[in-house]
Design a protein around this ligand. Structure first.
Ligand code: ADP
Length: 151
């Protein structure tokens, strides 16, 4: 008997969760894709955040739902505006890596007030996008923790 309380055991368990165990497939577009096509991609792929990448699949920007809404309320022709004009761009992008602790990434989602963070792999060409962690990822983990305890 370790003498640990239930909450101490739960904390220990959560602090072992790494990004690579929970990451999902990222949805990406190239920089020259139009805002119109990015909006279509967001609906078709059913995601709230799209990552913008260069020819090496390395991250250059992020598109959120509100970024696309903001671009849509003017009179512009959305099929004529490339996403690199409106995206949040590097180096202002919060990223994580597969070995990072999930709890640290969850904290970043809160502190930076964002919905998703790309999982990147460092390459000679830049940070290649290999996955994503979103608020949905964290919500699923939260529910699974309770479900696992009940069996
Ligand atoms: P929404 O804008 O739809 O509420 P977010 O809260 O995720 O969605 O995005 C808020 C702003 O932060 C947007 O301008 C978006 O481009 C930017 N953003 C989203 N994810 C990241 C990230 N991982 N790193 C830096 N900026 C981000």
């Amino acid at each position: 008997y370790t003498g640990k309380t239930g909450s101490e055991l739960l904390t220990e368990k959560i602090k072992k969760y790494k990004v690579h165990e929970f990451q999902h497939v990222p949805v990406v577009v190239k920089e020259d894709v139009s805002v119109y096509d990015a909006i279509s991609t967001m609906f078709l792929e059913d995601v709230g955040t799209i990552f913008v990448v260069d020819e090496h699949s390395c991250i250059t920007g992020v598109l959120s739902r509100k970024d696309l809404l903001r671009a849509s309320i003017g009179q512009q022709d959305l099929s004529a505006i490339p996403v690199h004009i409106i995206m949040t761009r590097m180096p202002n992008i919060t990223v994580c890596r597969k070995g990072d602790l999930l709890i640290d990434v969850a904290n970043q989602l809160i502190n930076k007030q964002i919905d998703g963070i790309p999982v990147v792999k460092d390459t000679e060409n830049g940070m290649e996008v290999v996955g994503r962690i979103t608020k949905t990822t964290i919500t699923k983990v939260f529910v699974e923790l309770v479900m696992d305890d009940q069996v």
